[in-house]
Design a binder for this molecule. Sequence first.
Ligand code: GDP
Ligand code: MG
Length: 738
Amino acid sequence: MTDEITSQRSPSDPAKGFIAIAGNPNSGKTTAFNRYTGARQHVGNYPGITVEKKEGLAHLPNGTAVTLVDLPGTYSLTAYSLEEVVARRVLAEDRPGAVIDVINTPVLERNLYLSVQMLEMGIPLVLSLNMMDEARERGVVINAARLEELTGLKCIPTIARRGDGLDEALAEAVKLSETTQGRVEPLVISYGPDLDAVLPEMIQLVEKANLLTEQYPARWVAMKFLEKDKEILARARHINNETCEKLMAIVSKVEAHLKSTLNTYPEAVIADYRYGWISSIIKDGVLTGASESFERIAFSDKLDQVLTNRLAGPLILLVVLYVMYFFTIQVGQYPNDWLSAGFDWLANFVGSHMDHGPLKSLITAGVISGVGGVLGFVPLIMIMFFMITFLEDSGYMARVAYIMDRLFRFFGLHGASIMPFIIGGGIAGGCAVPGVMGARTLRSPKERLATILTVPFMTCGAKIPVFLLFVGIFFEKNQATVMFLLTLAGWAAALLVAFALRKTVIRGEPTPFVMELPPYRLPTLAGMCIHTWERTWQYIKKAGTIILGISILIWAAMTFPDLPAEELAVYDQQRAQIVAANQGQSEEELASLVAQVDNEESAEKLRHSIAGRLGIAMESITKPAGFDWRTNIALLGGIAAKEVVISTLGTAYSLGSSEDEEEEAHSLADRIRKDSTWKLSNAMALLFFTLLYSPCFVTLAMIKQETGKWRWLFFSLFFNLALAYVVAVLTNQLLQTV
Ligand code: GDP
Ligand code: MG
């Protein structure tokens, strides 16, 4: 059917002087069209189909004539009806220089749904806020100036039946058509974490195969694949079937995911986020009085009156975040203790069934202590993910972004920077890698760069075990509060650095921007469990692969080279002497005396190893921060992946203690508690250092990929390191004096 709708003009025709009138049915298009064209109109059908086509000439007050087309009335630009397909193809192929979007103002919100879609196609719009008389009668008050400010579109109040405002609307459209030649930068809105995650790859595929990119923006085409738009799919198949298959494979995957987690499908999500975009505009001082909208949206609006309220909103947000931390730590403590005890038992069990030697050391110190240290936090992290999932799936996360928007602009970032920050660990437990990728939704390159460079300051899931360990030791009574403050510190660092960057290396004006407020939905329990498990599994997988590999490498670096034979012989001699000198003593006392020598030997071995020497060499630099060589090794390993900080400390402390002592297992926390070199001052310094210092390898690689420049990779590596060092030194020095 659709192939018969041939285009009326070739796209190469000068678009100037050709304006289309679009809008929902019964918004007053034909009334306006008749007023504009008078008797000079031509009524026919689009070739081959029964959709009426009206074309006519309109004259501006200065005498210039423009061609006007009255498009069929539609609510949307999907391919559900012939009218929609016609309207879409006229817009894409006939390329009017500009479009007058006739809005039925009393139901503004619903009418803007079509406008969003035209903006996403990159069509220059003038909004004709029609039926103003009716709006007034119904008590709907529109602030057109505010609407202009937020959308960047000219908004002209009109009453088509009386002719009010029509000339102005047409004049603006002609002006727009002259400056834009029928195309503007398409509107990019976020479709939430699931779809935003796959869109960049889909867009790349569309661009590479040139799938309809002459007519539509690549992102729009990709979105049509997600919506399974029959017309676009059929046409794209003719161009490059292979790419279409690849795209559909991606779509099927997201579809299955959305189905299982949220019991929804891509098209519904896209619609929700489009309404979300509209919603946030309407709420931002555009509309007062009653406007009709759909039931689910009306319910969301009511909730938002409280949750996004200027005063109550931020307060509720803080309470929500705090409760989350509190709950995580209170509830998570128990399974966490059980699991740590389990790993200790395992290390003992394996240790007691193996012969002394490097293999035993590898298994107990390298693998079990290292990886176990990371895995021990799984229950805590799972509880936290569960709550974050609830916030995300319910739609509250979008409100978080909305509330924070005002604050962000002040620091030279975008409202849209929030999502990457949150994904990166802004609400603890994220990961900077998708966070950096998530910055793709930012349209302004400068704000995008500032976001990419500051995402790594967030409390990602890998930093959490480090925080939990030390917070558990030094702030036993106030764990939740301190964790919460650390997360806030991450935000503060990100914002301050962003502010500094935007004032220096990435200077530039902010871009106006609108946040999406999709309607709330009640997450399903099954969906939340799936989302939680997916994230937890990622964490576990990383512990079993990357972290395991690095742990073994670091274990080797901490074990070899062994002490020279002469030195080992000295320790053997000492042990023999002790045994000889204390013949009469009890078995136990003898063992404890020997253990002292063992301890000295282990510590000496560790210092003698490659890692030990490196860590010691670094001590002169890290001393002001209060880090000893063991911490240095751990932090060095942490550049590979932040979890390694914990696994390395685990290995270092278990290698550094004697093997006999090992029989009576001690968790890493116990060992650190006993170690008198750890004080509040250097522990806090370590926490801040971990929060701020160089991003992990994968994030660095992602920064290079997303910015396209090595410069920013090195910037992140060294600037963050320097910042962390300065903060750590200051923290340690200050806390020592108090
Ligand atoms: P179309 O479906 O968009 O072409 O809408 P029409 O132009 O056919 O208009 C639908 C109805 O709205 C008609 O009865 C018009 O007279 C009426 N109408 C159009 N513009 C206005 C207006 O500004 N105010 C009021 N009160 N009615 C209008
Ligand atoms: Mg009509």
